[in-house]
Design a protein around this ligand. Sequence first.
Ligand SMILES: Nc1ncnc2c1ncn2[C@@H]1O[C@H](COP(=O)(O)OP(=O)(O)OP(=O)(O)O)[C@@H](O)[C@H]1O
Ligand SMILES: [Mg+2]
Length: 265
Amino acid sequence: MNDQELKLGQRAKIKTEAVNLFYGNFQALRNVTMSIKECSITAIIGPSGCGKSSLLRLFNRMNDPIPGVRVEGKILLDDVSIYNKNMDVVNLKKRVGMVFQKPNIFPMSVYDNLVFGPKHHGIKQKAQLDEIVERYLKQVSLWDELKDKLKVSAFDLAPGEQQRLCIARALAVEPEVILMDESCSALDPESTMKVEELMENLAKKYTIIIVTHSMEQAARVSDMTAFMMMEPDGAGTLVEYDLTTEVFANPKDKRTEDYITGRFG
Ligand SMILES: Nc1ncnc2c1ncn2[C@@H]1O[C@H](COP(=O)(O)OP(=O)(O)OP(=O)(O)O)[C@@H](O)[C@H]1O
Ligand SMILES: [Mg+2]
């Protein structure tokens, strides 16, 4: 897809309107309005503490359990407010999956990691579960490596394999959106490259939102880039949000330019 099509043609999967987020008295996000395109990769970048993870967690209500948390404004998934009272949060988390910084594999076999979600959502037949394991390991290019090791503990895999297993596990519940919070930062360059290739493939079908401290990664893989910064009171704001090619080649805001050229952060 070329830049112009991306900017003009693609449907919004998630929209935020004037979002404020508070942890108790502390305001962590201020007036964040953005529209995230379907079937594309959006990168969120910015200095530590500017609220990138907080924003990402809002997209599947992962901030909910934090005591004293409060959200103002609107967050829409397919034009439906995810913070409305009728929202089925379990189903929301199925639709909007998360891959963390460190591979959070479960202490069980490769096979059981993969079927955990599908079983939870009611799939019981062995043939169907076997098929899921094969399909999603193939999607993350781990099938050939792991097809004879399905019963080994997932802890015995290399970190790069563990992270791809976590991605496969996230895919196995058939999400629409995948959130990735610095999901390559604990990986070596080769594994990082594999995960980046995977992201690009997945973006044909899924909407992917990543948080990264790597400018190179944002520039390499993302279609859209959001640059965030803190205001003097600590609240994170969206400074610039545009096509990645624009943000990196032609930043509109001096602060974006300073950040991407490494002058701070
Ligand atoms: N559970 C929480 N309770 C209170 N304050 C929090 C909580 N989580 C984050 N914060 C605060 O909110 C602000 C934004 O944090 P957040 O983790 O979203 O930033 P970030 O951009 O992801 O940073 P990093 O790049 O270091 O991961 C910080 O000031 C942080 O201390
Ligand atoms: Mg973070």
